[in-house]
Design a protein around this ligand. Structure first.
Ligand SMILES: [Zn+2]
Length: 51
């Protein structure tokens, strides 16, 4: 049973979208991301881009 589906409807505190400051790669991670998986640069946690 997917007991956590209701929780993933929103965004967790530490996860979400991360954007690389160097190459601009955006990564979606459930966990906090410290570095860009593409180039190893620093990333920032960007806000939920609701459209
Ligand atoms: Zn990068």
């Amino acid at each position: 049973m997917a007991m956590y589906n209701s929780l993933t409807g929103g965004w967790t505190v530490s996860g979400g979208y991360f954007e690389c400051r160097s190459c601009g790669t955006r990564t979606v991670s459930e966990r906090f991301l410290a570095v860009c998986p593409n180039c190893g640069g620093s990333v920032r946690n960007i806000a939920v881009a609701r459209e």
